[in-house]
Every structure is written in structure tokens, then in C-alpha cells.
Ligand binder design. Structure first.
Ligand code: KIV
Ligand code: ZN
Length: 507
């Protein structure tokens, strides 16, 4: 195997965004796209332009803004209208790719498409040719490839390459494959598709059996040279292969894979945080590479070994993935300059106004609690999201709770655009329930609370609490986050953010 570079194709903004509750606004997609460019991904699949006007607009904006720095891809079914719409959205990108897909497995042919094998080949060829007329960089995906008869898969792949596809992606759409099975599929294609050298073989693995990363890496061993993946493994159902895991496996085990990627790995942690706060999908604590515990050594024997020699128990250095632990940071006398440097070291680039806001909050926090950690700074930065969609602001509140009292919340809020002030009150099962109800009354939205999580940002009884909420309003899911040393305040912030998002969606 040669020392090739693997193309990292990120589909957080398309497959990731498709998963329930992960939809993003155009501004949020722009923020994620910027982070992906800084991370060094080779291809950003920015969306599915025919799906909605919002999808079209975000692909177009991403193509215009970032299409000279990386390749921007748009998805299309094998239909003329899809291809035309995607080509239109991508037309201003210097580097554009059109990704067309058509299912090939017997199950999909018979039950979904009701098309014969010949029909499939004919449609795929016709649509790849049409796509090439618009954009020369065309990727073809035989959907559900991992469950497609191998000979038929070879036939479709060969014809798609003849028609002009420069990348052939082999999706394990339903996460059915296993590493040796997927390795064999790629090997079979390499050995039986005569023109396979004219295209890059790509992987696209779903994680239904928890094997997406292992399958993608097995494909690399068989000769695949593009991996499709997402930040934090977001994606349909159990998600896609996680970008941070495939990249660090390849980097850490270069001795074995003998390939590399162009990923700027110290940006992995901050990109993961960004996607987590924008989508409201929390990262599991022991998640590989970007989980909070990924570099925490608890057992005494491990700590002892680490003190003698880090490599006894550490195969990657935390700084290589930009990991933020519980390092004690600057105190309140450290000044703005040192604060800005630390924020930068942590992998964030804030505009002046944002930096000033976070710095003010840092000073207020340092007044309230004894020790301020890197993770506190990250949480403060994270809480500054969705401000673009802020319509109501919570100025002050008061709650009453305890045994033998009726939990009550009173609050004062402001409509940011009109400056109108609202005062209201509600009772509930507890102070948090009461404040959620009072917020709903003022905003004028009734929501169902689907998920509520609170975690401690660092250690100690005075630690900040970070709250994540997920609500549904009608059919739509919204999320919000908040951080404060008082978890009632953090809960109110989080809930109001989610309500503001719902409100922005309505208008
Ligand atoms: O999982 C899948 O098959 C897909 C295709 C559109 C590539 O997401
Ligand atoms: Zn997929």
C-alpha cells in the first residue's frame, strides 16, 4: 500500500443534518462550514438542494463563501430536476462536486423503485452524464451498495465510471456490513471493475451495528481512498462514521494503514463542541477522541504510569486533538490579552464583540467561584449561540421552591426588537417546571419537553452547570443550551433559546 492521502468527505451538513432534531439554520450551517474549512476537510457535502428552499440557500451560500478553499458538494437523486437544482446551487463554487445516487440492492429495486436492473443502469448512466455536463467532478453512489449483488454492483459501477463519474461511493446505507464483508466488497470491485482505476473508491458507512468506523478503515485497507464521515458521528439513525475517530485511527496507526489525511487535528475538539452545541446532540462522556473522559486517567496505577512516562497509558497526546480538560486557567486579574490568547489556544476564533462578552462573563464567573477551568471558558463560549434568533431576553427572575410550598416562578422579559417589557408568573412541579411555563406564557408558544440534561462543566460544588434541552413544537424539534453556576438560571436560558428558535422558525 502506498503512502496515499485519504480524501476526507464531511457530510455533517447533509447526512448529519438529516437526523431527527439536528436541523440547522443557514447561519448555523455557515458557522459549521467555516469550522470544517479550518479543520481541513477536503470535501464538504453542504446539503440536498432540491429538498427545500432553505437547503438550496445554504448550499449556495457555502459554495460562494468557501468554494475556493475546499470542494463543496451538493446531493441529487438520479432525476433531472434534482441535478439542475444542485448544479444551480453550486455554480459559484470554484471547486464543486455533484453527488448523484440511485439505489441498487434487490430490496430497494423491488420495493422502493420498482425498477429492473437494466432500468437502474440506464438511469444511472443517463444522470451521471447529465451531471457531468454541469460539473466535471461527479460522484456516483449506488445506494444500499453493501446489500447489492456483487456482479450487479460491478456492472453499475463500471458504467457510471464510463459515463464520467470520478468518485464511486459504496454506501452501507443501513449499517449492515462488517469489516471483513466490506473489505471484500471493495476488493471485489478493485478486481472486477475494469475501469476502476479511473475513479476514487469512497466509503459511506452507517453505524447501526456500531461498525461504521471499523468498516471505513477496512475499506481503506482494501484500497478505498475517500471516507465519508461526520463530526461526532452524526447522521441518520445511529449515525455515520465519526470523522474524529477515522482520522485519529489513521494518524495514530500510520504504521499500519500507511496513509494520512490533511486534517488539522488540533481543531477536532473545538469542531466537535461547535457541532454539539449547534445541533443540541451531546457527546457521550466516554466517546473516543472528543469525549470529556477521552484523556482522563482515574486508576491510580495508570496515573502512576503516566507520571513516569506518558506513553505507558496514552496513545495520543490530548493537544493533538485540541482536547480541553480541567486545567486551571487564568484568574480574574489575568487581563483581556491573556484571556484572548487562551481562547485562541483552545481552538476558538471569536470576533471582538463576542470576545468582550465572554470575557465579561469570565470575570463575573471568577468573582463567583474559586477556580475557573478551561472547560468553564469553553462552556461560556458555547452558550453564546443562537443569538441571531433571539427575540425575547430574560432580564430577571425569581423562583420559590421547597417542601410545603407551591413552586412558583416570576420573571421579567424583554422583546429585543420592540423593547417592550413583560412580567409574568407560573406555578409548576418544581422551580424549573414553573419557570419553563412562565417563559412559554410570555413567548406565546406551548412546547413539549423531550429531553433535559444537566452536567457539571468542571469539578467542585461551585462548578457551572450546563443544561441542554430539546423541545417539540408541533412537528418540529428545537434545542437550546445554557450555562450558569445556578442550574435554574441555566435551565431558563436553555429553554428560552429553544423557544426563540421555534419563534424564529414561525416568522
Ligand atoms: O446512506 C446513504 O446511502 C446515503 C447516500 C445518499 C449516499 O446517504
Ligand atoms: Zn447515508
Amino acid at each position: 500500500m502506498s503512502g496515499d492521502t485519504i480524501t476526507i468527505f464531511d457530510t455533517t451538513l447533509r447526512d448529519g443534518e438529516q437526523s431527527p432534531g439536528c436541523s440547522m439554520t443557514t447561519d448555523e450551517k455557515m458557522e459549521v462550514a467555516k469550522a470544517l474549512v479550518e479543520l481541513g476537510v477536503d470535501v464538504i457535502e453542504a446539503g440536498f438542494p432540491i429538498a427545500s428552499p432553505g437547503d438550496f440557500e445554504s448550499v449556495q451560500k457555502i459554495a460562494r463563501q468557501f468554494g475556493s478553499q475546499t470542494t463543496i458538494c451538493g446531493l441529487a437523486r438520479c432525476r433531472v430536476e434534482d441535478i439542475e437544482r444542485a448544479a444551480e446551487a453550486l455554480k459559484d463554487a470554484e471547486n464543486a462536486r455533484l453527488h448523484v445516487f440511485l439505489a441498487t440492492s434487490a430490496i430497494h429495486r423491488e420495493h422502493k423503485l420498482k425498477m429492473s436492473k437494466d432500468d437502474i443502469v440506464e438511469r444511472a448512466v443517463e444522470m451521471v452524464k447529465r451531471a457531468v455536463d454541469y460539473i466535471p467532478d461527479v460522484e456516483f453512489s449506488p445506494e444500499d451498495a453493501a446489500r447489492t449483488e456483487l456482479d450487479f454492483l460491478c456492472e453499475v459501477t463500471e458504467k457510471a465510471i464510463d459515463a464520467g463519474a470520478t468518485t464511486v461511493n459504496i454506501p452501507d446505507t443501513v449499517g449492515y456490513s462488517t469489516p471483513s464483508h466490506y473489505f471484500n466488497i471493495i476488493t471485489y470491485l478493485k478486481n472486477n471493475v475494469p475501469n476502476i482505476d479511473k475513479a476514487v473508491i469512497s466509503t459511506h458507512c452507517h453505524n447501526d451495528l456500531g461498525l461504521a468506523v471499523a468498516n471505513s478503515l477496512a475499506a481503506v485497507e482494501a484500497g478505498a481512498r475517500q471516507i465519508e464521515c461526520t463530526i461526532n458521528g452524526l447522521g441518520e439513525r445511529a449515525g455515520n462514521a465519526s470523522l474524529e475517530e477515522v482520522v485519529m485511527a489513521i494518524r495514530t496507526r500510520r504504521d499500519h494503514y500507511k496513509v494520512d489525511t490533511r486534517i488539522n487535528t488540533p481543531k477536532l475538539f473545538s469542531t466537535s463542541r461547535l457541532v454539539s452545541r449547534i445541533t443540541g446532540m451531546t457527546v457521550q462522556r466516554n466517546k473516543a477522541i472528543v469525549g470529556r473522559n477521552a484523556f482522563a486517567h482515574e486508576a491510580g496505577i495508570h496515573q502512576h504510569g503516566m507520571l513516569q512516562e506518558r506513553s505507558t497509558y496514552e496513545i495520543m497526546r490530548p493537544e493533538d486533538v485540541g482536547y480541553v480538560g480541567t486545567n486551571l486557567v487564568l484568574g480574574k486579574h489575568s487581563g483581556r490579552h491573556a484571556f484572548r490568547d487562551r481562547v485562541k489556544e483552545l481552538g476558538f476564533e471569536l470576533e471582538e464583540k463576542q470576545l468582550q462578552k465572554v470575557f465579561d462573563e469570565f470575570i463575573a464567573l471568577a468573582d463567583k467561584k474559586k477556580d475557573v477551568y478551561d472547560s468553564d471558558i469553553v462552556a461560556l463560549i458555547d452558550s453564546h449561540t443562537a443569538e441571531a434568533s433571539e427575540q425575547f431576553r430574560l432580564d430577571r427572575f425569581h423562583t420559590l421552591a421547597g417542601t410545603d410550598v407551591l413552586p412558583t416562578a416570576t420573571l421579567e422579559m424583554r422583546n429585543v426588537s420592540t423593547d417592550e417589557v413583560f412580567r409574568d408568573a407560573a406555578t409548576g412541579d418544581g422551580p424549573i417546571d414553573a419557570i419553563f411555563k412562565a417563559l412559554e406564557r410570555v413567548v406565546g408558544i406551548e412546547a413539549v419537553l423531550e429531553d433535559y440534561q444537566v452536567r457539571s462543566v468542571s469539578t467542585g460544588k461551585d462548578a457551572q452547570g450546563e443544561v441542554m434541552v430539546r423541545i417539540t413544537v408541533g412537528e418540529n424539534v428545537y434545542h437550546g443550551n445554557g450555562v450558569n453556576t445556578d442550574i435554574v438560571a441555566a435551565s431558563a436560558q436553555a429553554y428560552l433559546k429553544a423557544l426563540n428558535r421555534a419563534l424564529a422558525d414561525k416568522s
